[in-house]
Design a protein around this ligand. Sequence first.
Ligand SMILES: NC(=O)c1ccc[n+]([C@@H]2O[C@H](COP(=O)([O-])OP(=O)(O)OC[C@H]3O[C@@H](n4cnc5c(N)ncnc54)[C@H](O)[C@@H]3O)[C@@H](O)[C@H]2O)c1
Ligand SMILES: [Zn+2]
Length: 366
Amino acid sequence: MRTVPVSLGERSYVVHVGSGLISRLGDHCRRLKLGERCVIVTDANVGPHFADAAVRSLKMSGFVSSLVTVPAGETSKSLKVVGECYEQFAMKRLERKSFVIALGGGVVGDLAGFVAATYLRGLPFVQVATTLLAQVDSSVGGKVGINLKAGKNLVGAFHQPKMVLCDLDTLTTLPEREYRSGLAEIIKYGIIRDAELFKRLEKEMDKLLQRDVTTLTAVVSRCCAIKAEIVAEDEFETKGLRALLNFGHTIGHALEAISGYDEYLHGEAISIGQVAAARLSAKLSTLPEKDALRIQELLAKAGLPVGVKLTPKKREALQEAMRSDKKVSGGELRFVLAESIGQAVSGQRVTDAEVTGVLNYLAELP
Ligand SMILES: NC(=O)c1ccc[n+]([C@@H]2O[C@H](COP(=O)([O-])OP(=O)(O)OC[C@H]3O[C@@H](n4cnc5c(N)ncnc54)[C@H](O)[C@@H]3O)[C@@H](O)[C@H]2O)c1
Ligand SMILES: [Zn+2]
């Protein structure tokens, strides 16, 4: 097991990464000096695999837990499901000292975290992340929230967990496509912050694809450490540093939006977005051409899509989706670009013509 500290003053916590962690969940919670009552929020896919082990471990450590199971999928990040959770919490007589355990992927983490942030004006919560994406990204950093019809993550809060467990054994049941989607965020950390990690991924992608626990322990904990560093320096996203985490996300988010969020998984969309951002980095920043190609090749090696052919209508919709981003950031389209592999900068101006150029490039890729 590796332990990564997240240093946020009195809101500091640790991320444990390793095997067999759910069976020690009770032990780990004991050390946090929380109340004895807790609720585990999980979804209909994750619960049947791991909820029993979690409940058993909590019971052995003297906790009284109960289970709230929500439907699997993004639609559970809604006001309706939040309301249902509040009612369940009330029925289970949660009190100020009780705590919430999010057992699942990013959806459960964002939902349960938001409910925890607001019920009784805030309950402590623990993240037990069961997707690769949740383990390297959403469970660390304290952003919690839900979607509205008008857009994703429009309602939310900053509510740091008291602890994060990344039990790598949970990944054995994760569908292949979901697993590969998480690899896109892992590659992103190499690009924005760690050339050594990037090289390691180039060398060990096969082992990662086989979900080798030793490789995963090293890689997942390194990604958590990078996210922890960035969050520690810019917890509330006021200094522009946290924006680095959005490498590949400008075009990625727009692709997700125009395809109604059901064609691409998030990691697939940002894989294509990262290829685009790498091209733009080679053109407008100092990223060597050959390194833009290395980025593209590594994403392809992870089994992720790198190109996209859009009909003229979809292209227009994509540019429009990005223009609505533009309004938010003061009239100009801004990108995170890589200066080299391992170093990125945010807030880089990119013109519509340059975006068109990169869309032409993406259309030629397989
Ligand atoms: N808060 C943040 O900082 C942050 C960062 C990135 C993403 N997110 C959010 O995370 C969400 C996406 O998270 P995700 O990709 O983990 O999706 P998810 O939680 O929907 O999980 C993906 C699918 O895998 C299933 N699943 C989860 N763990 C499993 C396991 N171990 N075995 C079998 N099936 C399992 C789920 O039921 C679901 O069907 C989005 O809503 C996104 O907005 C939040
Ligand atoms: Zn992302």
